[in-house]
Design a protein. Structure first.
Length: 153
């Protein structure tokens, strides 16, 4: 295989997450978005909440947790959850590629995850469900506004 072809394969995403609600768009750091989508170029791909939201006099403030160690991050994508109550856990879900099958694994989140309205996990239980191109992932309880479309490339 040529060096250029190997480089192209490394740089080409395998799938993307497309935020499809206003809240989902606002939850993704702008530095991560490419053409309105989140690149997934390796597996497993971990998603969770990094920020804390606090409220003072009716106004919400976003504060980032300070990392005091050089250990690897527990997530590949950190989402900001401005909801009350929170929908996104610090280590919420993971997307795995098993052979040619995509699997969403709830990482024992508090509120769970839904794929096309089929809910898994929540209450720190976890669970997994197969993913296919075009599936809608809802992060949190059934009424969560954090919705993403999973697109395979």
């Amino acid at each position: 295989m040529s060096d250029k072809l190997e480089t192209l394969q490394l740089l080409t995403p395998k799938a993307v997450l497309q935020p499809i609600s206003e809240e989902a768009i606002a939850s993704v750091p702008q530095s991560v978005l490419e053409q309105g989508m989140v690149r997934i170029s390796h597996f497993p791909f971990n998603v969770g909440r990094e920020s804390r939201i606090s409220q003072k006099k009716g106004t919400f403030f976003r504060t980032e947790r300070v990392k005091r160690t050089s250990q690897n991050s527990s997530n590949d994508l950190y989402l900001a959850d401005a909801g009350r109550p929170l929908n996104i856990s610090r280590e919420h879900f993971r997307i795995e590629l098993r052979g040619d099958i995509y699997v969403l694994v709830d990482r024992c989140s508090a509120c769970g995850t839904s794929v096309n309205n089929k809910h898994i996990g929540g209450r720190d239980i976890g669970g997994e469900i197969f993913l296919k191109d075009g599936d809608i992932i809802a992060v949190g309880v059934g009424t969560t506004p954090y919705r993403f479309k999973f697109i395979t490339l």
